[in-house]
Design a binder for this molecule. Structure first.
Ligand SMILES: [Zn+2]
Length: 185
């Protein structure tokens, strides 16, 4: 693949996910993008099952170009929708799939579409997911415990010497049991 083509495909991919994200807020775009979402889902299914008809049925064209936003000085104000007809949008999916780039069009756990490798759209999403993992939470709890013992606990000296919680408990017991020396005795 030439670098110019690759570059243009990268732009296409970025454009596609931008459109999918815009669609969640713009009702007029939504039906078209809903169709693309279905197309993407069907394409993924087709890969699993080798079925092609449901995908081909979804490749039907529709067109939306602008929406009325309101009026200014007696003139209607339109917002241009991306003018790509849906058939072209479908072709964009086909183009990216052919170039083996469609697997980069993904929906993040936060709901945003993104075009990239990896599982998450941004670092903060990765972090949220990472911290939610039970293993990470366990590690975190262990770290907090160790931090408490070595920096905040009354017995930090004992912990720093490498004593376990059980050993510190025994040590404390011994201290309590030891009879105090009386003055003069
Ligand atoms: Zn995200």
């Amino acid at each position: 693949m030439s670098s110019t083509l690759k570059h243009s495909l990268m732009r296409d991919g970025a454009f596609l996910v931008e459109l999918l994200n815009r669609a969640t807020a713009e009702p007029l775009l939504y039906p078209r993008c809903r169709a693309v979402e279905q197309l993407l889902a069907e394409l993924a299914l087709s890969r699993e099952s080798d079925r092609v008809e449901p995908f081909n049925v979804l490749l039907r064209p529709h067109t939306v170009t602008a929406q009325l936003l309101g009026w200014k000085d007696g003139v209607p104000v339109f917002e241009d929708m991306p003018t790509l007809p849906e058939s072209d949008l479908m072709l964009l999916v086909v183009k990216l799939a052919r170039a083996r780039l469609i697997s980069r069009v993904k929906k993040c756990a936060c709901g945003r579409w993104f075009f990239n490798r990896g599982e998450f759209c941004k670092r903060s999403c990765w972090k949220t997911n990472y911290l939610a993992k039970p293993k990470v939470q366990q590690e975190n709890a262990k770290y907090q415990m160790r931090y408490f013992r070595e920096n905040l606990s009354k017995y930090q000296k004992l912990y720093k010497r490498g004593m376990t919680a059980e050993q510190v408990r025994m040590h404390r017991k011994k201290l309590k049991l030891k009879p105090r020396r009386r003055r003069g005795s």
